[in-house]
Every structure is written in structure tokens, then in C-alpha cells.
Write a protein that binds this ligand. Structure first.
Ligand SMILES: Cc1cc2nc3c(=O)[nH]c(=O)nc-3n(C[C@H](O)[C@H](O)[C@H](O)COP(=O)(O)OP(=O)(O)OC[C@H]3O[C@@H](n4cnc5c(N)ncnc54)[C@H](O)[C@@H]3O)c2cc1C
Ligand SMILES: *[C@@H]1O[C@H](CO)[C@@H](O)[C@H](O)[C@H]1NC(C)=O
Ligand SMILES: *[C@@H]1O[C@H](CO)[C@@H](O)[C@H](O)[C@H]1NC(C)=O
Ligand SMILES: *[C@@H]1O[C@H](CO)[C@@H](O)[C@H](O)[C@H]1NC(C)=O
Length: 428
């Protein structure tokens, strides 16, 4: 029997709760204790907790501490931190995994280890090497980060008629170079109008600034005046309110919504990821829009730069650092359960992925492990992957860190007890 570990259950390929061979699922839902130590600006977090539970607990203890993890409150810290984990503060503080300072883990022999007893190799591997590979993480200890009492958020939607293409093109030059307090991501989708002749592309510029509006406006005026940001577009709020804002809750909603583990909208979807090192020309962007007219899809561009450029690509297994301008997540959605429908949409996103080839990272074509994608290499559904097979996707997710991950895996888990379709292989 295989062992599958489930934290928040948000795995993109369902690897925490689906397998073609009989398996036992270890569900961590009850390991949800979070202890925030304000004096030490740290927290121990049970790995069954969600991001929302973490944010809410921190905010109850302090108005000026936060944590740089993902946007969706229902995502679990078990899988999320195991694969890196990024959110709207990554330009200032890096990934969630960059801020882990200790962990408690059960190894294959049933021993409970901490940073000291597991040693630096294993402690390195679990901070980004992907879940269900090295052991079962019971708790993370993280360093909390400073947030100002007031942050500023804005969302500006631009259609093609409002120069969306030019603005997205320009963003590629400024988004990754702004002051690290400023994060502007872009969600590009096809507007879903009932009239099939009136399809529109909308680029939604979503932003948080770790400071007040009066400091943000001149930065925008100087670096990105074309976006036309006005004072009335901006809202000042506390950091915890901004986590609700990014999760799509209306202003004034109780913070308790962060504690819900129910994903508000559940639809079928398939996602893929890319990293961009050179700005995509306007003509290249227009090709994406053309494909968008064929299916209900979204792409999200998340800027790098700032702190992400300063951290060495081998500091933790997540290798996508300096040189990357931004990360792309491609997504396609549908509602019907039939296989033929799924196949049609999945084929469409594979076409989009193929279209993107000239514009994104090459040798390897990099991918983000938390957006697991079983398309990008050969997977053995029985859970055994040879080193050579695994290396195909291994270097996409981990680049030069893959060999060290295999070394650690072989040392700590030679029998491949913790495994899934894309877990790190053991050489024995
Ligand atoms: C709606 C949504 C929003 C998202 N937003 C973001 C975002 O803003 N930023 C971002 O970086 N990513 C984001 N993601 C991706 C997310 O980081 C991954 O899906 C992540 O792996 C989810 O972790 P989980 O614990 O919820 O999932 P699970 O399915 O429980 O786990 C994912 C993987 O990790 C393993 N695992 C889980 N817990 C443990 C543990 N304690 N020890 C060892 N292995 C474990 C599982 O076996 C599985 O292989 C999002 C995903 C979704 C569905
Ligand atoms: C935090 O520090 C203050 C002042 O130094 C001290 O009085 C308090 O006991 C500390 N609290 C904890 C939980 O350590
Ligand atoms: C679009 O850009 C052109 C110049 O490049 C400018 O003249 C025009 O005002 C812009 N349109 C909008 C809606 O901003
Ligand atoms: C898009 O439109 C279709 C048909 O009107 C509808 O079924 C679907 O739910 C809509 N999707 C979104 C995200 O609103």
C-alpha cells in the first residue's frame, strides 16, 4: 500500500488523495495548533493548518506582523510550504519556505526529528523539494515578518480597447523592478459575456503596497504613469484586511471567513506554469489573446525581483531566482464531468503551453512544483519512477538542485516509502 499525506488537499493533480494503487491517506486536518510568539517574531504551525488560519492567528496577536505565504486562505501549509509557497509579499520577503527556521518531521523509521536531529541536508530538502517525498512534516517553525499598520491595495481592470496589450507589455519592464514594497500582479481572463460576438480580454492589475497611499502614488507616477492610477482607486487597510481583499471577500467581512476550509468555488481545472526571463513582445501577447477566444481560461503573471533576486538559487530547492522576471500560471476551467469535455479543455491548455515555448525559459523549461503538472515528464502511475525518467521533470522543477534532492532522498528514505507520481526518486 502507498501512503498519501493530505494537508489542505489543494494538490493540482490530486496526489494527496488519488492513486491508481491501493493507498492509506494520512489526513492532517486535526494538527491545527498555531503558536505565535510575538517577542520572538516566530510561530510553530501544525501542518494541518491553512494559510487563512495562520494569518488570522497572527493578526489576533499583532497588527504589525505577517507572513509571506499564498493568497488563497484554504490552501494548506503542509503541501504549500513543502513546495516553496509564494504570495503578494514575495518581492519583499521571498517564499514561505525561505522563512522556515525549524520543523518537526516523522521519518520512515517513525522517529520524530527537528532541525537539529534531522541535519541540514534533510532540513534543506523539505523546504521546497515538494511534499510526500522525504517524510511527514508535523509542524513548521517560521520567522514572522514586519508589516506596516496600513497597506494600500488597488485593482484596475483594462480591456483591449483600454490599451491592455500595451500595459501588460510595459508591466514586464517595471513590475519586477519596482521598490520591493510594491507588488502588482496581472490576472488576464476572457470576459464571460452572454453574447458570443462580444468576447473581451481583461487584464486585471492587482496590487498591494506595503505602505501608505501618499508614498505609492509618486512611485506609480514615476514608473508606470500609463496605468493611470488615481488616489480614488486606492484603499488603505490593515494587512489582515488585505488578505481578505486578495481572497475576494467584500470589504468589512468578518476575519473569521479566513477560518473556513471550504473552497467557495469548485470547478474542474487544469493548470501549468512557466517562468519568463525576457519580456514577451506585443505580438506574442496578442497570440495568447487569440487562443483565449477559444476557451474559458486565465493566465496570471506574478512579478519577481526584489528579495527573490537576492536569494541564492541553491539556498533551498526552489531554484527560480535572479534572472526570472515573472512567473506565469496558465489555467483552464470547465463544469461538466464527462471525460470528452475534460480532454477538450486539457488539449486546449496543452496548445497554449506549446504556443508559449519561444517566449519562456528554456533548457530547462522551468516549472513550479506547487503547480504539479503530470504532463511535463513521464510518470509511473504505480509510483515508481526511475532516476532517468524523473530527471526530465526534476530539472524543470528544481534545476541544479535536483541531484542534491536525490542524494538526500537516497540517504533518508532509500526504500521510497514516501512517494507519489512526481516524488524525488531514491537511487537504491
Ligand atoms: C485555490 C488555490 C490557490 C492557490 N494559491 C497559491 C498561491 O497563492 N501561491 C502558491 O505558491 N501556491 C498556490 N496554490 C498551490 C498550492 O501551493 C499547492 O496546491 C499546495 O501543494 C497545496 O498544499 P495543501 O496542503 O493544501 O495540499 P495537499 O493536496 O494536502 O498536499 C500537496 C502535496 O504535499 C504533500 N503534503 C501535504 N502535507 C504534507 C506534510 N505535512 N508532510 C509531507 N507532505 C505533505 C501531499 O501529499 C501532496 O503531495 C494554490 C492552489 C489552489 C488550489
Ligand atoms: C515578552 O517580552 C516581555 C517584555 O520583555 C515580557 O514581559 C513577556 O513575558 C514576554 N512574553 C513571552 C510570551 O515571552
Ligand atoms: C491608448 O494609448 C494611446 C497612445 O499609445 C493613447 O493616445 C490613448 O489615450 C490610450 N487609451 C486609453 C484608453 O488610455
Ligand atoms: C460563463 O458563461 C457560461 C454560459 O453563460 C456559464 O455557464 C459559466 O458559469 C460562466 N462562467 C463564469 C466564470 O462566470
Amino acid at each position: 500500500m502507498h501512503v498519501r499525506i493530505r494537508g489542505g488537499g489543494h494538490d493540482y493533480e490530486g496526489l494527496s488523495y488519488v492513486s491508481e494503487v491501493p493507498f492509506i491517506m494520512v489526513d492532517l486536518i486535526n494538527l491545527r495548533t498555531i503558536n505565535v510568539n510575538v517577542n520572538e517574531t516566530s510561530a510553530w504551525i501544525g501542518t494541518g493548518s491553512t494559510n487563512g488560519e495562520l494569518y488570522n492567528t497572527i493578526a489576533q496577536k499583532s497588527k504589525t506582523l505577517g507572513f509571506p505565504a499564498g493568497v488563497s486562505p484554504t490552501v494548506g501549509v503542509g503541501g504549500h510550504f513543502s513546495g516553496g509557497g509564494y504570495g503578494v509579499m514575495l518581492r519583499k520577503y521571498g517564499l514561505a519556505a525561505d522563512n522556515i527556521v525549524d520543523a518537526r518531521l516523522i521519518d520512515t523509521n517513525g522517529r520524530i526529528l527537528d532541525r537539529n536531529s534531522m541535519g541540514e541536508d534533510l532540513f534543506w530538502a523539505i523546504r521546497g523539494g515538494g511534499g510526500n517525498s522525504f517524510g511527514l512534516v508535523l509542524a513548521w517553525k517560521v520567522k514572522l515578518v514586519d508589516v506596516p499598520e496600513k497597506v494600500t491595495v488597488f485593482t484596475l481592470d483594462k480591456t483591449l480597447k483600454q490599451n491592455a496589450t500595451k500595459l501588460v507589455h510595459k508591466w514586464q519592464f517595471v513590475g519586477p523592478r519596482f521598490h520591493e514594497d510594491l507588488f502588482i500582479s496581472i490576472l488576464i481572463s476572457r470576459l464571460n459575456t452572454s453574447d458570443p460576438g462580444d468576447k473581451q480580454i481583461v487584464a486585471s492589475f492587482n496590487s498591494i503596497f506595503l505602505g501608505e497611499m501618499d508614498r505609492l502614488l509618486p512611485i506609480m507616477q514615476e514608473n508606470f504613469p500609463e496605468l493611470g492610477l488615481r488616489r480614488e482607486d486606492c484603499i488603505e487597510m490593515s494587512w489582515i484586511e488585505s488578505t481578505l481583499y486578495f481572497a475576494g471577500f467584500p470589504r468589512g467581512e468578518s476575519h473569521d471567513v479566513l477560518l473556513s476550509r471550504i473552497q467557495p468555488s469548485t470547478r474542474y481545472f487544469k493548470a501549468k506554469s512557466d517562468f519568463v526571463l525576457q519580456p514577451i513582445p506585443e505580438g506574442g501577447l496578442e497570440g495568447i489573446w487569440r487562443l483565449f477566444f477559444e476557451d474559458e481560461a486565465q493566465v496570471m503573471f506574478s512579478p519577481y525581483g526584489g528579495r527573490m533576486d537576492e536569494i541564492s538559487p541553491s539556498a533551498i530547492p526552489f531554484p527560480h531566482r535572479a534572472g526570472n522576471l515573472y512567473n506565469i500560471q496558465h489555467m483552464v476551467y470547465w463544469d461538466e464531468g464527462e471525460d470528452e469535455v475534460a480532454e477538450r479543455h486539457i488539449n486546449w491548455i496543452r496548445r497554449l503551453y506549446s504556443y508559449m515555448t519561444p517566449f519562456v525559459s528554456k533548457f530547462p523549461r522551468a516549472a513550479y512544483i506547487n503547480y504539479w503538472d503530470l504532463d511535463i515528464g513521464m510518470n509511473n502511475m504505480k509510483g515508481y519512477t526511475s532516476f532517468v525518467q524523473a530527471k526530465v521533470w526534476g530539472i524543470k522543477y528544481f534545476n541544479n538542485n535536483f541531484d542534491r534532492l536525490v542524494y538526500v532522498k537516497t540517504k533518508v528514505n532509500p526504500s521510497n516509502f514516501f512517494r507519489n507520481e512526481q516524488s524525488i526518486p531514491s537511487l537504491t
